[in-house]
Design a protein around this ligand. Structure first.
Ligand code: ZN
Length: 116
């Protein structure tokens, strides 16, 4: 399952950073997942349940924000919501479009707990 390797990578990065900051635990991880990232939010949540065990994020809550895709026309620069499929066509002028948002998958915030 490709979501499992993704969430393992996310957890690894979060745990590395949390350790650098002297964290005892990660309490919350927020992810932004683009509509066109090819990743299923429910599979990510499911994979997280398994992947977090034994890590600093064992007790962390996972919050996933799904970000809608956005395209922009290469001809007239108009932004538009992309249609299904891989061809993006501008609804204004029929020109070709490029995807400017929606493929991202990133950690938007993380909360940690430190032992003082
Ligand atoms: Zn256009």
């Amino acid at each position: 399952m490709h979501e499992l390797s993704i969430i393992q990578g996310v957890l690894q990065d979060c745990c590395t950073r949390a350790r650098q900051e002297g964290a005892a635990a990660i309490t919350r991880i927020e992810l932004v997942v683009g509509e066109r990232s090819g990743v299923s939010v429910s599979s990510l949540e499911f994979a997280f349940e398994a992947a977090r065990l034994g890590s600093l994020a064992q007790e962390a809550s996972l919050v996933i924000e799904a970000r809608p895709a956005l395209a922009r026309c290469l001809e007239c620069q108009a932004p538009f919501a992309p249609q299904e499929g891989i061809f993006l066509e501008c609804p204004q002028c029929g020109g070709p479009g490029e995807l400017v948002a929606g493929r991202e998958l990133l950690v938007s915030s993380m909360e940690i707990e430190t032992n003082l």
